[in-house]
Design a protein around this ligand. Structure first.
Ligand code: HAM
Length: 426
């Protein structure tokens, strides 16, 4: 068949057995967030373009080349959500969530959109599970948020992960570090790529994020931000590490973790998987103490993370994790003749009303084909209603595992079958 339409470049349909894996992960996320008292937030799929430009940062890859932006018929400039933190910050302010007990702890499971070059683990529409703690400066908030990430990996069963942490320092440290970095980059400017040269003036930290091999070789000799922290930022980072130690969460301090979004201050972190290939980051996050102010609020210490759900599932599949499969029907009906069809239809729907998964063949196949279907769907039982059954007032119930058969009265079959099931369980 030649398809007339196909899905947009870099997107995925989630269907068939995959849906069960998605629901499994989503259920684990919801259970986990309930244990931490984190409530869900659902924000619009698009926001004012300006919000992302100011929030994520003008020099970030997202803003410079990855946003899906459009103008609505009224001339307003909007962008499909490329990440979840900035719009959560907007919603925190707009809904007065700062009036609730702080930190205001929220989570989201939402699609994001970035015009990236698609490859394994990198798509143009992808889904993030994110957690944001607004209104908490304590290093315990950083450690708690990292622990939540650690815990979701444990609960869904992801193995072989590595946590990398770093500190970029607060506003004052960042400013001092920018000067140091500018000095170093300035001395090596001619050997750096055009993008780095462009970023050097506006945001030298972005140079540390360059993927060009020659740039990476030069940049590795630059002084690290974590070595330039002032007393308060150093104490904060040290307390984050101690809090993680107290929870038994292992980590490596990696000065190369600078994150690709501009709002980060102090702690930054990423969880990587050895089973992911080039896109090895399962997710990342950090502290962003200046973002709420950037969005028009008062200074509000905040910290959070985002995990890519597609990447989680790639790893789970590659590690052969036991993911839930489609549920098997308790009973499939196999009928022949008009009277039997009406009875099977009614029995199947009574059973469903009572919470028993029953299948009735809406395609009106032959009885033989209905048997085959029951086998294919891996039903526990097939309930046969043919001419003899109708004439003599019974239903043949075939146990599909043992092959054994029983006759149950046709009159009130749905209730009879439920009692039969209960007896089997007892
Ligand atoms: P991010 O590092 O841009 O951070 O994205 C977090 C995670 O989302 C990535 O590690 C990856 O798993 C997934 N991801 C990102 N882009 C793609 C893509 N194109 N295809 C598939 N998966 C992708 C943020 O977005 C921050 N908002 C995280 C955060 C929350 N920081 C503080 N709070």
């Amino acid at each position: 068949m030649k398809l007339k339409y196909t899905k947009p470049f870099g997107t995925n349909d989630i269907c068939g057995a995959d849906v069960f894996a998605w629901q499994y992960v989503e259920n684990k996320i919801r259970e986990l967030c309930a244990d931490f008292g984190i409530t869900e937030i659902r924000t619009p799929m698009f926001e004012d373009t300006e919000l992302f430009v100011r929030g994520v940062g003008e020099t970030s890859d997202i803003v410079t080349k990855e946003m899906f932006s459009f103008t609505d018929p009224g001339g307003r400039n909007y962008t499909l959500r490329p990440e979840g933190t900035v719009n959560a910050a907007r919603a925190y302010l707009e809904n007065g969530l700062f009036n609730a007990p702080q930190p205001y702890k929220l989570f989201y499971i939402a699609p994001n959109f970035r015009a990236e070059r698609p490859q394994k683990g990198r798509y143009r529409q992808f889904h993030q599970f994110g957690v944001e703690y607004f209104g908490a400066e304590s290093p315990y908030a950083d450690a708690e948020v990292i622990f939540i990430f650690h815990e979701i990996l444990r609960r869904v069963g992801v193995k072989n992960t590595a946590l990398k942490i770093n500190s970029l320092g607060g506003a004052a440290c960042r400013q001092k570090y920018n000067e140091i970095l500018k000095g170093f980059i300035g001395e090596n400017l001619e050997r750096l790529c055009p993008t780095c040269r462009e970023r050097f003036e506006k945001n030298p930290l972005r140079v540390l994020d360059c993927k060009n091999e020659q740039c990476k070789n030069i940049i590795k000799n630059a002084t690290a931000a974590v070595d330039c922290l002032g007393t308060e930022c150093a104490a904060h980072f040290s307390a984050v590490k101690s809090a993680l130690d107290s929870l038994g969460v292992s980590y490596e301090v990696d000065p190369a973790i600078v994150r690709g979004l501009d709002y980060y201050t102090r702690t930054v972190f990423e969880f990587h998987s050895t089973d992911l290939g080039a896109q090895s980051a399962l997710g990342g996050g950090g502290r962003y103490d200046g973002l709420i102010e950037e969005c028009g609020g008062s200074p509000t210490g905040s910290v959070g993370f985002g995990v890519g759900i597609e990447r989680l599932l790639i790893v789970l599949n590659e590690q052969g994790a036991p993911l839930p499969r489609p549920q098997n029907p308790s009973v499939c009906f196999a009928y022949s003749g008009e009277d039997a069809k009406i009875l099977a239809f009614s029995f199947a729907n009574t059973l469903r009303k009572n919470g028993v998964y029953a299948e009735f063949d809406c395609c009106e196949r032959s009885m033989k084909a209905q048997f085959k279907l029951s086998d294919k769907l891996n039903a526990d039982f097939t309930a046969i209603i043919g001419g003899d059954e109708i004439a003599n007032g019974y239903v043949t119930v075939k146990n599909m595992k043992s092959g054994g058969q029983e006759r149950l009265p046709l009159n009130g079959f749905a209730e009879n079958f439920q009692k039969y099931l209960h007896k089997l369980v007892d």
